[in-house]
Design a protein around this ligand. Structure first.
Ligand code: NAD
Ligand code: TYD
Length: 348
């Protein structure tokens, strides 16, 4: 029986990946390793926690002894590494945490995998899940390709870029079999309400102001999280060792257009007069070093591996809004306690 280590499986994307793998591969043991930071929530996995091929381990990837012991105990065949500090605004106020988890944590996993697998790399795989933000910021034209030089601009993207470099270095230097994918902005169920879409859904629900950074004309490419999980499965099974795959939604929006679309759907769902949620929009001070535009060219994964997004944005957004409105307890739980301090500091 094969055993896969999935790190960060209690987080937003990780929980969708764990669910997909546990259900799709009943003959494979899935070990979900997560520190359960503010962003990790085992409630996200309630529907799979009783499955016989699912195991949860609480732990920190920054602790190298712990990671070594885990490799000895479970004898992993593969790693899918998602654990990270993931929010740009938090990386601006506390960059060290990002270096610890994203750089040192990734290094520890690479080192354990290399040492543990070094007798025979055959059939082993280290899959590193990364972001399009490592490529920096685009002007009005152009797209990120797998060959685009790295040019990270925030402490978050710098830490992810650094971890990507270490993964390639371990492949090049020690022969560690790896793949990397770099994905655009995800949205969907179970995303912590500090990122744009769930934050604004929650604020509209509570009639709180919608803090739009700068002029709101920043552009992101959005992908439904379940489509990302499926792309990860595709790359895991069929990706070429040593290759990189860009994953995106072919779906670019300026923030302000996206927010207006969101406001319209929310008005409808909440039975409010059309236009009322838009009244909550407040332009606030810009994020320092705010990347202007991200846009992924996902042709490679489409043509070589046959993956493409399954959902249109309007459909995905509606599903997402429905989930948050039907899971108010989830939202209320994660927005109590520490979240209040974060919100106060971030938005004064
Ligand atoms: P998230 O913040 O929702 O979840 C991260 C998870 O990692 C949490 O469960 C947290 O508890 C865990 N974690 C954090 N530090 C840890 C540590 N030291 N040891 C063990 N576990 C730890 O993040 P996400 O949005 O699900 O992102 C997952 C991965 O995908 C990240 O590597 C991120 O860089 C990448 N990514 C995210 C997006 C996006 O739009 N969210 C886009 C592209 C790539
Ligand atoms: P975010 O969800 O933080 O993702 P990222 O910065 O990794 O792309 O932000 C998406 C966009 O929304 C980004 O341009 C910043 C902007 N934004 C706001 O305007 N206001 C907010 O309160 C937040 C959290 C983000």
């Amino acid at each position: 029986m094969k055993t896969i280590l999935i790190t960060g499986g209690a987080g937003f994307i990780g929980s969708h990946v764990v669910r997909l793998f546990v259900n799709k591969y009943p003959d494979t043991q899935i070990v979900n390793l997560d520190k359960l930071t503010y962003a990790g929530n085992l409630e996200n996995l309630k529907d799979v926690e009783q499955k016989s091929n699912y195991n949860f381990v609480k732990g920190d990837i920054v602790d190298s002894n712990f990671i070594n012991d885990l490799f000895k105990k479970y004898q992993f065949d593969s790693v899918i590494h998602l654990a990270a500090e993931s929010h740009v605004d938090r990386s601006i106020s506390n960059p060290l945490e990002f270096i610890q988890t994203n750089v040192v944590g990734t290094f520890n996993l690479l080192n354990s995998a290399k040492n543990y697998w070094s007798d025979n790399f055959n059939g082993k795989l280290f899959y590193h899940v990364s972001t399009d933000e490592v490529y920096g910021s685009l002007g009005a034209e152009g797209f990120f390709l797998e060959t685009t030089p790295y040019d990270p601009q925030s402490p978050y993207s710098s830490s992810k870029a650094s971890s990507d470099h270490f993964v390639r270095a371990y492949g090049n230097t020690y022969g560690l079999p790896f793949v990397i994918s770099n994905c655009s902005n995800n949205y969907g169920e179970n995303q912590f309400p500090e990122k744009l879409i769930p934050l604004f859904i929650n604020n509209i629900r509570n009639n709180k102001s919608l803090p739009v950074y700068g002029d709101g004309l920043f552009t992101r490419d959005w992908l439904y999280v379940v489509d990302h999980a499926k792309a990860i499965d595709t790359v895991f099974k069929n990706g070429k060792i040593g290759d990189t795959y860009n994953i995106g939604g072919f779906n670019e929006w300026t923030n302000i257009d996206l927010i207006k679309l969101l406001c319209g759907i929310m008005d409808e769902k909440l039975g409010r007069e059309q236009g009322s949620s838009e009244q909550l929009i407040t332009f606030v001070k810009d994020r320092p070093g705010h990347d202007k535009r991200y846009a992924i060219d996902a042709t490679k994964i489409k043509t070589e591996l046959g993956w493409e997004p399954s959902l249109q944005f309007a459909e995905g957004l509606e599903k997402t809004i429905d989930w948050y409105l039907n899971n108010k307890d989830w939202l209320d739980n994660v927005t109590s306690g520490e979240y209040q301090n974060y919100y106060q500091n971030q938005y004064q």
